[in-house]
Design a protein. Sequence first.
Lengths: 360, 360
Amino acid sequence: MTNSTPPVSHSIADIKALIHRESRRVTSYDVASAAGVSQSAVSRCFKPGASVSKATYARVMQAAFELDYTPNPAARSLRSFGARRSNLIALVACSRWTLHNPELLDELSHHFSLRGMRLLLFPLQLEAGVAEVLADIWQHQVDGAVIAAPVAEREVAEFERRRMPVVLFNRSVRDRQINAIVCDQAGAARILVNRLAAAGHRSFAMIDGPATSSIALARRRGVTERLAELGLAAPLHVSGEHDYASGARGLREIIDKLNGAPDAVICSNDLTAIGCLDTARLELGLQVPAQLSITGFDGIAQGAWRGYQLTTLRQPVRQMAQATADMLVGLIASGASGVERRVFSAAVVEGATARLGPAV
Amino acid sequence: MTNSTPPVSHSIADIKALIHRESRRVTSYDVASAAGVSQSAVSRCFKPGASVSKATYARVMQAAFELDYTPNPAARSLRSFGARRSNLIALVACSRWTLHNPELLDELSHHFSLRGMRLLLFPLQLEAGVAEVLADIWQHQVDGAVIAAPVAEREVAEFERRRMPVVLFNRSVRDRQINAIVCDQAGAARILVNRLAAAGHRSFAMIDGPATSSIALARRRGVTERLAELGLAAPLHVSGEHDYASGARGLREIIDKLNGAPDAVICSNDLTAIGCLDTARLELGLQVPAQLSITGFDGIAQGAWRGYQLTTLRQPVRQMAQATADMLVGLIASGASGVERRVFSAAVVEGATARLGPAV
DNA sequence: TTGTATGCGTTATCAT
DNA sequence: ATGATAACGCATACAA
C-alpha cells in the first residue's frame, strides 16, 4: 500500500506560485484546489452551522490558513440578498462635539465592535449640515448611520427612502419623528436655573452655542423659559461657537454690555465655560463663584481638572452611546420602522464654580 | 396624434413600483430601462472620461437621479481587478492618543476625504497591540492602513504578505524598515534638555508614558542621553499612563522619593504635564516655574489655555497628518513598495511653566 | 455530506 | 458612440 495524495489537490507551494504569477488575491477556488474539495465545500466551511464533515472542515481550514485566505466580502455581499451587510456604520458628526467627547467615540466604537460592526467616519465642519456627505454615505453601502449633526427634514426623508436605519444622537428634526437618543437639554437647563435662582442669583447672562445646533437651542430655551416662569429678567444672550475662545470673548461682551458682571453666566457647553472661567479669574480678577457663578453643560473630562472643578450638567454619554448602538443594531437586524426616542437626563455636577441652592 | 413613450424605455413610476415589489435595490439595468439605453451605457456614464454622447449622458443621469441610483461598490470592486478599491482606510489607533488629539483625526479624515477615501476606525485599548484587530482589517478589504499603535514585526509582515500598504504614524518597529511619518521625539527631548540645562536646572525627574509606547520610549531616551552627555545626573523616572491622573500621581511620587521637588519635571506628554502642574500649584503650593519647571510634549489645545500656557514641544500634527495621507494614497495608487520615512521636528513652545535658557 | 450549476451588479472587451 | 457578453468571487438551490 503506497501513500497517496487526494486526487485533485495541488500543493500549497504550487498554488501560491500561481497566485503570485497572476498577481491576484486568494480565492475559494484556490483553497478548494489545495484541499482537494469543491469550491462550494470551502464556502460552506466559512458559513457557521453548515453541514460539513469534520475531516473536510479540517483540511479546508488548514489550506485556508496556509494560503491566508479570507472570503471576499464584496463577492459575499453581492451574492446574498437579505444578508448583504457591510457591517459598516456611518458616524456623521461635527468634529467639535465628537472630538471633544472622547468618551462618545470610544463608547460608540466599543459597542459596535462587540457586534462586529465598525465605524466609518464622516466628519463635518463645525455645525455644517449632513447634505454634503450624503452621496458618500450611499456610496459606501453602510448598514446604518448615527448622526450627531444638524439634519434637515429633507435629508431624513432620503434615508427613509433608501431604507437606511438612522439614529440621531442628541439631535432632533423639526416636523418629523425619527429614531433618536437624546439628553433632555431643556429639562437640565431648567434644573440648573432652579438651583442658581435658589442660591439667590438674579441677573443672568448666557453664552450661546452655534445657531444651527439644536442642542444649543434646547439649552437656551430651557434657561429662558424657566427664568421667565420664576419671574426673573430675561438673560442677556451673546453668541458663541462652543469653543474655548467663545467663553473668553463672550464674557467680555457681557460685561461690556451690562457695564459689570451679572450674578451668573450660563455657558452653552463646558469648553465655553472653561474659557469664560479663565477669563474671569485670570484676566478680570473676578472671584468665582463668590462674585460670579459660571456653569457649563456636558461634563467633559477637563471640567473635572483640579483647577476648574466646573459646575456643570453631566450627560450620561456612555449610556447614551450604548443605547445608540443597541437601537441601531436592532433596527438593522429587524428591519423595523417603528420610531423610538429615548430620553436621558443630565445630572448636576456641583463643582466649585457656581453657588447652587438646594434641589427642589 | 396620440402621446407615445419612447420604444424601449419604461416610466420611472413603473420601474419604482417593480423595484419596490421585488424589494431590491436599484441597479444599472433599471436606470438603463428608464433611460432607454443599454446597461453598458449606464456603466460608462459613471466612469469618468468614458466616451458617451451628451444626449445619452443627460438621459442616463436624469433617470439615475430620479431612481436614486448609486453604483453598487461591491459589484464594482468585484469586477475591476487593478482598481478594486474600497476607498476605505483603516485607522488603527489607541483611543488615548487619537482622541486627545482632535487635530489628528480631523486632519487625517480631511485629507483622505479630499481624495475620496474614508476612515474606518479600529480603536484599541490603551497601548494594546494591533493583533486583536488584524482579522477584522482583512475582512473589511481596506485599501490601506494608518497605524498609530504598537506594532510587532510579525504583524507588519502580515501586512506585507497581503500587500496592504501601511503607514505608521509616530511609531516604529524594531528590526524592520517600514513606511512611516514620525516626529523626532528623541531630538525634541534633547533640545528641551539643552534649554532647561541652559537655564540652570540641575536635578531632573521624568514622568514616563506607557511602557509599550515607542513615543514615550524615544522621549525618555532623548532626555536620558542628553542629560548624560551634559554630565548631569540621571533623572528620576516614575511611570505614567499619558493621562491627567498620572501627572498628579507622578509628581507626588517624585517628591516623595526625592524628599522634595527637583528643578524640573519633564512629562512624557501634555496631559500628564497639566495634571502635574495642577498638583504642583494647587495641592503642593509650589511656584511654577519659579521653584519648579514643568514641561510636556505634544502641543495640545488645552496646554495653551490661559491658566496653563504650558511649556512644551509642539508636534506639527497637521503637517504630519497630511504627509500620512499623501504617503498612503501614493502607496495605494502606485503599488510601490519602496520604504520611506519622513521625519518632522517638534518646535519648542516657550509657554510659562518652565524657565528656558537660550537656544544653542 | 458533497459537487454542479447559476446568479448577484458591475466593469471591460469586443464587435458593430 | 453604443450594445452584447464575459468575467469577478462567493453563496445557494439542487442533484447525487
